[in-house]
Design a protein around this ligand. Structure first.
Ligand SMILES: Cc1ncc(COP(=O)(O)O)c(C=O)c1O
Length: 464
């Protein structure tokens, strides 16, 4: 007999027993967390992240996030609970624990209903879920060939590829919104977005979906998602999907206020979960939308949250530690809001320090940045292609023990021809700040770049 078969439910075990939010006394963090009367100390933070490689100044929380040891210990306990008695875990623990995590996410993002929240592996999976229903609508004839999907030029690479795979191949037309960078105000973004929507609607086409990043990855900029969603509504766009892979734990998230149809954020980037877990919010009024998890199990057709709660035998532990993350956050003064504020203030301070040192500029004003900010690199480094950006990033890692992503910003044609073309800033470092960072991490980057400049280094020296 299939060990996961729902036949077992008839014997009194209900793997979908979603009302039992108390789960099992064995479960890690079965008790509700309370704010600690003794806020976490610097030494305790260092202990929580003692597994980080001490040789590396890690100022790239944005790419893969970070997980404190109290949370990874809780994850190991969940994994052991499964190994100890998998059938008990499957029938009695897994679904109530997933529900508890979803309820916490619902509170965190101000959703109306827990059925609006599905837990999935990552933002890439969430994008596939949203885009596959668009694809089916083209193939099944509810959308017409040539109907448009609008996305930002700076949409994340795998999301762009997904749009190609699921929309262009199904007959949809894709419009990219070109965004200025460096950027100085929300208005510049709103202006370009309105132009792109008008292009999307040209020749009587319908805009079926807008895919909007909350915080673009590279270059990193906070996008006015509430305003853009409002414009989409005014302009009759059918659906709005916010790719907020970097958002939760980094900027305030209120899905009711933003009022998009779909909103996803990784929990492993800025919310201290281990890799990999994300939530996908989908508005309750879309319950009849043809949303499905790309991995089909026997739960197909029972709604996305239920489908996502069982996609075959695998490790679900990253999805189960959200209560342990909340316990960790409660040890900080003002919890996640305090962490966000402090990270933002510190990254801006460090960004300004670096830009001043290198006589460059920030890629966006502080209010358009989160816990990440773009800092211009000295022009003399000669970052003139994406390959140069990757090479200098590896060089900083290998020779200086600094982990920081580098962005190549191609100059506009007229800038190349101008008399100041030799001093054009074409490379930017995306620095992050998370609770484990110290000023010394940024000083290491500052000193590494200063040394490269002093030594007359240019990226040409690294190209093969
Ligand atoms: C804006 C954006 N979308 C999607 C993703 C994909 O996230 P994941 O690799 O966790 O699926 C990222 C990753 O950095 C991102 O920055």
């Amino acid at each position: 007999m299939d060990p996961h078969s729902d036949d077992h439910a008839e014997n009194g075990c209900n793997p979908d027993a979603e009302s039992d939010a108390d789960a099992d006394a064995d479960a890690p963090c079965a008790k509700k967390a309370k704010p600690s009367p003794f806020p976490i100390t610097g030494a305790e933070i260092r202990l929580e992240f003692a597994h980080h490689d001490p040789a590396v100044a890690r100022i790239n929380n944005g790419s893969f996030g970070s997980c404190p040891s109290s949370v990874s210990d809780a994850q190991s306990q969940w994994q052991l609970l499964f190994l100890r008695q998998p059938d008990h875990f499957y029938f009695n623990l897994l679904q109530p624990a997933l529900l508890r995590s979803r309820l916490l996410v619902k509170e965190l993002i101000n959703a109306d209903d827990v059925d609006e929240i599905s837990l999935v592996d990552n933002a890439t999976t969430a994008a596939a879920i949203v885009l596959q229903q668009i694809s089916r609508a083209f193939f099944e004839g509810s959308f017409s060939k040539g109907d448009a999907v609008v996305m930002l030029h700076y949409a994340y690479g795998s999301v762009k590829k997904s749009i190609h795979a699921y929309v262009t191949r199904a007959g949809g037309h894709v419009i990219e919104v070109p965004l200025p960078f460096p950027v100085t105000s929300d208005e510049e973004i709103v202006h370009e977005f309105r132009k792109a929507l008008a292009a999307g609607k040209a020749n009587g086409r319908r805009v079926r979906l807008a895919v909007i990043d909350h915080i673009t990855s590279m270059p990193s900029v906070v996008i006015p998602v509430k305003e853009l969603t409002r414009i989409c509504r005014e302009e009759g766009v059918d659906q709005v999907f916010i790719d907020a892979a970097h958002a939760i734990g980094n900027v305030e998230v209120d899905v009711k206020d933003i009022a998009a149809d779909f909103y996803t954020s990784n929990l492993h980037k800025w919310f201290f979960c281990p890799p990999a877990v994300a939530f996908l919010y989908s508005r309750k009024c879309l319950a009849s939308t043809d949303l499905h998890h790309p991995v089909v199990s026997d739960r197909y057709g029972r709604g996305l949250p239920v489908e996502s709660g069982w996609i075959g035998t695998r490790d679900y532990s990253a999805q189960l530690v959200i209560p342990s993350v909340i316990e960790f956050l409660d040890r900080f003064d003002s919890g996640i809001a305090g962490i966000r504020k402090q990270n933002h203030e510190k990254v801006v301070e460090m960004g300004k320090m670096l830009a001043e040192e290198w006589k460059t500029c920030l890629g966006s004003p502080p209010e358009m940045s989160s816990s990440m900010i773009m800092v211009g690199l000295p022009a003399s480094l000669g970052i003139l292609s994406n390959e140069d950006a990757l090479n200098i990033r590896s060089h900083l890692r290998d020779k200086f023990g600094v982990e920081v992503p580098i962005y190549y910003n191609p100059p506009k044609e007229m800038e190349w021809e101008g008399e100041n073309s030799g001093s054009l800033v074409t490379g930017y470092a995306r620095i992050s700040h998370q609770v484990y960072n110290v000023e010394e991490d940024y000083h290491r980057l500052r000193d590494a770049i200063n040394k490269l400049v002093k030594d007359g280094f240019t990226c040409r020296m690294l190209s093969s």
